[in-house]
Design a binder for this molecule. Sequence first.
Ligand code: G1P
Length: 290
Amino acid sequence: MNITKVVIPVAGWGTRSLPATKNIPKEMLPVYKKPAVQYVVEEAMQAGLTDVVFVNNQNKRSLEDHFDRNLSLELVLKRAGKKDLLEEVLRVSNMVNIISVRQKEQLGLGHAVACAQEVVKNEHFAVLVGDDLIFSAEPAIAQLVEVAKTEQMPVVGVMEVPKEKVSNYGIIGGEEISPGLFRVKKLHEKPRPEEAPSRLAVVGRYVLPPDIFSYLEKVQPDSQGEYQLTDALHFLARENRLLAVKVSGRRFDIGDWVDYLTANIYFGLKDEELKQELTKSLKELLACSS
Ligand code: G1P
């Protein structure tokens, strides 16, 4: 199984992050020094994926531009002798081969993935949800790719969530076949806590087979008119063709303000130059607000 392409759906409205996202795509919101989407693209690159397919809409050109050259800025930095910044800007431009497809209507994650069919064609591919940031020594998607290749099966990434949060996620039900690896029997999209088959939530990381597109065609819209990827995965699960791997790492949902703000602090604290002053400032802030 050769996996080179990663589909990143980025056409959503980002309503949870309004008014910040009125004219800025939520994936371009900065998390410390980089836009959120850059972390997701870097995760894919670290896992050896080479081609990024953005499922985009007409208002999201800035996402593609971020990974393109900016010749005027490069000239300014060069003239000013800012060599390090110039190198960083060039590194981002050369990071990845971007292919863009349009999602003309925002009809859900399943619909977004289906928009990538013509680019993906007959290969297995990865899907990374653009507002789920996950950090660990081994990139989250690499943890899935490894299992997919060894087991020759599609894989979803899961993490345990508290019972009261299951209704924010796709939740799997299945049997644990080895530590942290599950054969998925069913999936429920955003179930009520009392109906959830487990507390294992799908976290925006998938390795999918090309025939997922034929399953997506069979999916019926939900009560909001959206086509859920979870429903297509449920068809795979019913045929015993889906695994779930418990992803290790620290996850931030950038559409959630607490997670978003925590992610900024998390990265600030990782920067040795900033750590001391930031810690001092946070301590002062916490002392005042308590
Ligand atoms: C989507 C999926 C859901 C998954 C979640 C992870 O939901 O439909 O199954 O658990 O991403 O972030 P959304 O957050 O787009 O509503």
